[in-house]
Unconditional design. Structure first.
Lengths: 542, 378
């Protein structure tokens, strides 16, 4: 066995907060061998990112680190900033989760790649430009030559992540630390980026340290895996062993966290609750007073759907497919064209006031559990807000009783009523958001990516909860998600959307087992069979 | 919580201490020493402004003609050696010839003669002076030409000195703090009320209404402030309430812009969409969801606005457009003091110090609050 390129021994990280010190990482040992891909897997709060940040000297101001991290015989912990900078960014580089914000919007791609090359690498202007072009070609950006002059906003999320990787490769690093680099991307883009990383590693012979919460991509990608929980490494071993013969309960739990089960279709005789015909949503910008030329974008193009009592319609699509817009347009939260019928009443085109009568029957749960709860209100106030609108007559005592019931229904201790949203985890917040909708006893609930921001294990709980509530209250769901496995577990009918149009529509079993369109097939493979996608990529390159 | 296949607890609820965002902010603020010191200073100022005028030994509008431009000191006025000459001066002014003037402790005994008959009301001449009080006739000769009077000698301390009208500078500063704080608070309250409502409404409704409302703000911005104040003074005369209105009417513009910006970003947050999906009325959304969430930046801006307003008032008063005599403000005091820096530096130094300390405290507190309420900005 060769000497490790990075050897982390007994790293401790703690943060000084107003509530006293918080230990984020508690004694972690890790090793990276040259040319190896190591994955650190853990759910949010497990300390997986902080361990690496500490090694790289990138902790927030209130964080302190103890322990040792040796890169090729050099101790990184406690190193002066200027010495650290010689290694950091040259020999060990990092890419981060958010490709949207890690590039400076004011400078062209060329400038952002060239500047460090000229400043640190001492290259001439022309040499730096040649190198930048070479790097962009290396990360397989189409028309690299034209793209040099582009600004970040002109690139898609996947392309930006490629540019970030190009920048990380600029100085031929020994180790690339990738902190959730594909989490913000669609599954098909994720597959491409992972294939790119695997290919680059093979060609350049560097090591990759891959931090992720998603065990699925680790299987296809990593040689060795560390599983972290609550600041400690729970299990480590070769990827094969972790996946096929996990020793620890926690690892087994993570592996089993993939949502399972299916939903039986509703009988055909079930009454129709909601139907939408020829929905069109147009966004316009500009125009009007001093606004310049009017520009219009059709986000949803002639989409029709129907929903029966007790049915769950899954709407699947990548970002920009118009699925969320469609959900909001159906609930009349966005101006749209088309006819929406709810319980034999036409609700499209109603004024806000007229719509009031139907609001309690049509509820919505949003994607971001951190953004959808008003931060200055207590949980009790949040949950009962709908009652103030729709049952203004009932007393404060009755409202409190209803809040207790609703919180019990979502498996939360009713004692949380007096607390504020920031005290809860993502999954708990999503429960509160569901309680807020359920308290009104609605008929239809539009769930806009309710599980996307959650860890897998928490996701599974929320799915079970949604199932239970559905049977209990005979609810109909419109379930919007980019996550195919969650949609498969919850819906009985699925609609696949792309660029505002419906690509495919049918029963869940049909869509998942026998997709008819190429796009759906492509999506399925990227989501469920990443290994074969990566293998295929590797073969085409070789 | 039932879906775990092992004994590993997922997503457990921590029912430990509960704390609202405000309580957390207060904890953070308490760690900021400069901000806490500023808060203490500010409280002292408010106490001075509220109760100070009742506690000072002199009235702010009382002028001691005998003690103009006395330097700041702990000395008693008049000095003992000055009492007899002053007494003689007063007697002469009463057209009497002093025969004997004696001082025994704080009691002055005067014997004086006159060529004309002396009326008993002669004591008033003595009382008219700031130095003597309670003058009483002890003895008057049968021919009414000689009188013996006794007076209590009044002795004063002017810790911060007196101004050119003989008014006690300490009392002036105390009342000036009250006026300056009052203007700061009142004008800020006016600005806060108009600005927050206007900004929240413009930002929440958006579209055309927003455009029109914000253009109105732009137009008001373009009015020269001094010109606006001069107009107000010309039309309504010079009084202190006008100051509140004038300053408040200018300052709400900034507040409206800040709140509108906040509202625009809050408008896109999902909890506002969630409220709309529940069918909550726009008025309630603004009241329950928008305004409480703008309060953090608003509070910070308010603490920074108060010193701005105080400075603005000082500036107006300096120009003679603000508070009028005998009432005073820190700006007026500084303006008066600056007229003779060499002769009476203490008239400039003390009010300037009072203003500077107040402004420092407010600004440090504002900065501290910003850090406490919005830790991401650090």
């Amino acid at each position: 066995m060769t000497d490790p390129i990075l050897d982390i021994k007994d790293i401790h990280v703690s943060f000084d907060t107003p509530d006293g010190p918080v230990d984020a990482v508690r004694g972690v040992n890790m090793k990276v061998i040259p040319g190896e891909t190591v994955a650190i897997v853990g759910e949010s709060g497990s300390g997986k990112s902080q361990a690496m940040m500490a090694t790289m000297g990138l902790l927030a101001d209130n964080g302190t680190v103890r322990g040792s991290a040796i890169y090729r015989g050099t101790q990184l912990i406690g190193m002066s900033k200027s010495d650290l900078n010689k290694i950091r960014g040259a020999k060990i580089t990092m890419i981060f989760q958010e490709p949207m914000t890690s590039l400076d919007p004011l400078y062209s791609i060329e400038f952002q790649i060239c500047e460090p090359l000229r400043v640190h690498g001492g290259l001439s202007k022309q040499a730096a430009r040649d190198r930048a072009l070479e790097l962009l070609e290396l990360v397989q950006i189409p028309n690299a030559k034209d793209r040099l002059k582009a600004y970040p906003h002109e690139l898609s999320g996947g392309q930006r992540q490629r540019v970030m990787i190009a920048m990380a490769l600029a100085n031929n690093p020994d180790l690339l630390i990738a902190d959730e680099p594909t989490t913000a991307l669609d599954v098909t883009i994720q597959a491409e980026i992972l294939a790119l990383l695997a290919d680059l590693q093979k060609r350049l012979g560097m090591s990759i340290l891959f931090i992720t919460h998603d065990l699925g991509i680790v299987d296809a990608f990593a040689d060795r895996v560390y599983v972290m929980r609550a600041g400690q490494v729970v299990e480590e071993g070769p990827a094969e062993q972790i996946f096929n013969a996990p020793r620890e309960d926690y690892t087994k739990l993570l592996l089993g966290a993939e949502p399972d089960g299916t939903k039986d279709p509703v009988p055909e005789t079930a009454p129709m609750v909601l139907s939408a015909n020829d929905m069109v949503v147009t966004f316009s910008s500009g125009g009007g007073f001093l606004g310049g030329k009017l520009r219009e974008v059709k986000a949803v193009k002639d989409v029709s759907l129907s929903l029966q009592k007790g049915q769950t319609l899954g709407i699947v699509g990548e970002s920009g497919s118009g699925k969320s817009t469609l959900g909001r347009a159906i609930l009349q939260l966005l101006p749209s064209d088309g006819r929406v019928v709810f319980a034999d009443n036409v609700i499209s085109g109603l004024s806000r006031h007229q719509m009031q009568a139907y609001r309690r029957d049509l509820q919505m749960v949003f994607q971001d559990p951190y953004g959808s709860l008003s931060p200055r209100m207590t949980v009790g106030e949040i949950v009962t807000e709908g009652l103030l609108v729709h049952e203004p007559g009932i007393s404060a005592k009755d409202r409190d009783r209803r809040a207790t019931e609703a919180l019990r229904a979502v498996d939360l201790d009713p004692a949380v009523r007096r607390r504020f949203p920031h005290e809860f985890s993502g999954g708990q917040r999503q429960r509160i958001a569901i309680a807020r909708a359920v308290i009104l006893r609605p008929t239809v609930m539009v769930l806009d990516e309710p599980t996307s921001a959650l860890d897998r294990s928490v996701q599974k709980q929320i799915i079970t909860l949604l199932r239970d509530i559905q049977t209990e209250l005979e609810l109909s769901y419109i379930f919007i998600s980019h996550d195919l496995s969650v949609v498969r577990a919850l819906s009985d009918t699925v609609m696949v959307m792309k660029n505002g149009e419906v690509v495919e529509h049918g029963s869940t079993a049909n869509i998942f087992n026998a997709p008819t369109s190429d796009y759906t097939r492509h999506l399925m493979r990227a989501a469920f069979d990443l290994k074969s996608v990566l293998k295929e990529h590797a073969n085409t390159i070789a | 919580m039932s879906d775990t296949q092992t004994d590993i607890q997922i997503d457990e609820l921590d029912l430990g201490t509960s704390r609202s965002l405000w309580a957390t902010a207060w904890l953070r603020l308490r760690k900021n020493k400069a901000a806490m010191a500023s808060l203490a200073i500010l409280i002292i100022y408010i106490l001075i402004g509220t109760f100070g005028p009742m506690l000072t030994t002199h009235d702010y509008d009382n002028s001691y003609r005998d003690f103009t431009r006395e330097p700041a000191s702990l000395q008693l006025y008049p000095p003992t050696e000055d009492i007899l000459p002053s007494a003689e001066r007063v007697i002469t002014r009463a057209r009497l010839q002093p025969q004997s003037v004696e001082l025994d402790g704080d009691i002055l005994t005067v014997t004086a003669t006159s060529s004309r008959e002396i009326d008993e009301r002669v004591t008033r001449y003595m009382d008219r002076s700031d130095l003597f009080a309670n003058t009483r006739v002890i003895e008057i000769s049968p021919d009414n030409l000689t009188v013996t009077m006794q007076s209590d000698v009044q002795r004063y301390r002017f810790i911060f000195g007196t101004d050119s009208n003989g008014r006690d500078q300490l009392a002036r500063i105390v009342i000036a703090i009250r006026i300056s704080l009052l203007i700061g608070a009142a004008a800020t309250a006016v600005a806060l009320l108009i600005g927050v409502l206007y900004g929240a409404i413009a930002g929440f409704i958006g579209g055309m209404v927003d455009s029109v409302m914000m253009r109105v703000v732009d137009i008001l911005y373009s009015l020269p402030f001094i010109f606006f104040v001069i107009l107000l003074v010309v039309f309504f005369g010079n009084n202190i309430f006008l100051m509140f209105i004038a300053v408040g009417a200018i300052e709400w513009l900034d507040m409206a812009r800040i709140v509108r910006g906040q509202t625009l970003s809050l408008r896109r947050r999902e909890f506002v969409s969630a409220a709309e999906a529940l069918g909550v009325k726009p008025v309630s959304i603004v009241k329950r969801h928008i305004i409480p969430n703008t309060l953090g930046p608003v509070i910070v801006y308010t603490t920074l606005m108060v010193p701005k307003v105080i400075l603005l008032e000082s500036f107006l008063s300096f120009l003679g457009l603000g508070v009028q005599n005998p009432l005073t403000s820190l700006g007026v005091l500084i303006s008066n003091g600056s007229r003779d820096i060499q002769g009476t530096p203490y008239l400039l130094i003390y009010p300037s110090l009072a203003l500077t300390i107040l402004l420092f405290a407010l600004n440090f507190l504002g900065d501290g609050l910003r850090d406490a309420l919005d830790p991401k900005d650090r």
